[in-house]
Design a protein around this ligand. Structure first.
Ligand code: PLP
Length: 364
């Protein structure tokens, strides 16, 4: 495979955070106070996130993976338990279940929406199944109401700002998990958060991120074993201006999505969209097409960064033993992430579309 072109003058970037002077000033302010962690910026970031997801509680943590890990543990999932996870997702979704001592049971995905296939989920649920870990992949809201009647944990890593009907992703299940990695709409470099309506679960998540400690514990005791999964004030300060501009950021990404759709109309590609009545989170712009690897190579050769969508877990060493997943295979072989950020220019979009047009018309 042709390697990713390195960022440079003429290279079109896959992702580019929308950050600038405001973020710089916010970070400088934290540095001046000298309180770099467990300070007021964490609380402010969490309040903004709770408001954006329509939840009562948001708890900032150090990554999306940390968010998923504490969410699984907060539900008391452990050895002997099974959790349904989609076979097509970033591996962290399943890894956290395995690392909690439980079994991630892979469920096939719908080859078009690339989200969990509800019928297959029904087939794979057993008496040991304690929860469904549903992913809103690339920001497309999953139809959680179709899934088996089990507690739903949302992997909303890429779904900040997405909504299913009128309800925001991250507030649809018992716990929602977000990532603020630089390929996300809002980034803190590395970072994550858990959201919930449930005060008890929120408290458990807070303990798990902070050495098991709770404000009601004796000052000289730490009664539970847990992690340091905190997010610093420096990083929360970086995220705050972006969270305040969330609607603006989403609208800008929607305009880029529309611009791609216009340019790719009539070609034999599946474009990313949400169900009617839903709002797509536009974390990534992932199309599906035949001969994906050739298209990926052609883009990279033209100085355009591009990437596969994500991973088919049953093709990874860690999860090879769970049978066949034709929907996940199709998604894995056909999905292609195009450059997608708010600073893409019209000529850059033209360049991407032209390479794809040449690729798609050359096979006939
Ligand atoms: C669906 C999904 N879940 C979990 C994660 C893990 O998030 P992080 O990289 O912040 O640990 C990602 C990261 O890209 C993801 O896409």
């Amino acid at each position: 495979m042709v390697s990713q072109p390195q960022a440079g003058a003429d290279v079109i970037r896959l992702a580019l955070p929308d950050v600038g002077e405001e973020e710089l000033a916010a970070i400088a302010e934290v540095l001046e106070t000298g309180q770099l962690t467990m300070g007021p910026k964490v609380a402010e970031f969490e309040q903004l996130l709770a408001a954006a997801t329509g939840t009562e509680h948001a708890i900032a943590v150090s990554s999306g993976t940390a968010a998923l890990h504490v969410a699984v543990l907060a539900l008391g999932i452990g050895p002997g338990d099974e959790v349904l996870v989609p076979a097509y997702t970033f591996p962290a979704t399943a890894n956290v279940v395995a690392l909690a001592g439980a079994k991630p049971v892979l469920v096939d995905v719908d080859p078009v929406t690339m989200n969990m296939d509800a019928e297959d989920a029904e087939h794979r649920a057993t008496a040991r199944t304690k929860a469904v870990l549903a992913v809103h992949l690339f920001g497309r809201p999953a139809r959680l109401e179709d899934l088996p009647d089990l507690p739903v944990l949302e992997d909303a890593a890429g779904a900040l700002g997405a909504s299913h009907g009128v309800r925001a992703c991250g507030g649809l299940g018992v716990l929602g998990c977000f990532s603020f990695h630089p390929r996300k709409v809002v980034t803190t470099g590395e970072g994550g958060a858990v959201t919930t309506h449930d005060a008890e679960l929120a408290e458990r998540v807070r303990q798990l991120r902070h050495h098991g400690w709770s404000p009601s514990d004796r000052y000289d005791d730490m009664p539970r074993a847990a992690f340091n999964y905190r997010l610093s004030d420096v990083l929360c300060a970086l995220g705050i201006p972006q969270l305040r501009r969330l609607d603006e950021l989403l609208a800008a990404r929607e305009r880029v999505a529309d611009a791609y759709a216009e340019r790719l109309a009539g070609l034999d590609v599946v474009l990313p969209r949400a169900d009617d009545g839903d709002r797509h989170g536009r974390q990534a712009y992932v199309i599906q097409l035949d001969r994906r690897d050739e298209a990926l190579a052609a883009l990279r050769e033209a100085g355009i960064q591009a990437q596969i969508g994500t991973y088919a877990l049953h093709r990874l060493g860690a999860y090879r033993d769970q049978g066949s997943f034709p929907g996940a295979d199709a998604a894995f072989e056909r999905a292609l992430a195009l450059p997608f950020h708010t600073k893409l220019t019209e000529p850059e979009l033209d360049r991407v579309a032209e390479v794809l047009r040449r690729h798609l018309t050359s096979s006939e």
